[in-house]
Design a protein around this ligand. Structure first.
Ligand SMILES: [Zn+2]
Length: 225
């Protein structure tokens, strides 16, 4: 699962919880940020194998600290508490239950990975591995990612009062994410090394976070009539 994770970020943002979209963009990929960091440090292990599954070259054969179920629950808790502290520090308005929403956004990553990944997600440590393996079916997996993203953006546009120009900007961002997913799923390429892949994760995910930040900064509050 790649851009499908962002559907959750779009879907849960509302004018009531006021969680910045960029925070949710970090949240839904928080486990992958930890994973990429641990791969760079040589603690978690990744092989990049052409044709490993139809939809992905990633053989994450050892990632207990970022992607086991127990780790996911722990990181979700840490992120929820962290968000409350972040609000205090940055002077963001903290709305009730926002920490819970951020924590659930982090946890959604594991649920969506469970659908896409082959059996490489441990329940705890490195044992009892699960994964429904939708990545073995390239087109349905791709369709699910795009459908989820479209659904998330539709909810986001419906729940956040915005003007037409800004709506177009959000849709434009959605289209850019679809193009990235097409490139990832369908464009043949030579496998990168494990470390280069982890660097790429950091760079691309952070780029999306920056775009999400800029999007909401330039948001126009006026409703179209
Ligand atoms: Zn992941």
């Amino acid at each position: 699962m790649f851009v499908g994770h962002y559907s959750v970020a779009f879907a849960v943002k509302s004018d009531r919880n006021r969680i910045p979209l960029w925070v949710l963009f970090v949240a839904v990929q928080f486990l992958d940020y930890i994973w990429a960091t641990l791969v760079l440090l040589g603690i978690e292990k990744l092989r990049v194998i052409k044709g490993f599954t139809a939809g992905s070259m990633l053989d994450s054969y050892y990632h207990p600290y970022s992607h086991s179920l127990i780790a996911a629950i722990l990181w979700s808790t840490v992120a929820g508490i962290g968000y409350k502290l972040l609000c205090r520090r940055l002077g963001y308005q903290y709305r009730k239950s926002a920490a819970l929403i951020v924590g659930l956004a982090v946890f959604s990553h594991w649920i969506l990975d469970l659908i896409a990944h082959p059996r490489d997600l441990a329940i705890y440590d490195d044992t009892w591995k699960v994964g429904f393996g939708l990545w073995n079916y390239r087109d349905p997996e791709f369709a699910l990612e795009i459908a989820m993203l479209a659904g998330g953006i539709t909810l986001y546009l419906a729940r956040n009062a915005i003007c037409i120009v800004w709506k177009m900007a959000v849709i434009g961002f959605g289209i850019a994410l679809v193009i990235v997913q097409i490139g990832d799923t369908y464009v043949p390429r030579t496998p990168l090394s494990d470390k280069a892949t982890a660097m790429g994760v950091w760079i691309f995910y952070t780029l999306f976070v920056v775009v999400a930040y800029l999007l909401e900064r330039t948001r126009c509050e006026k409703l179209e009539s």
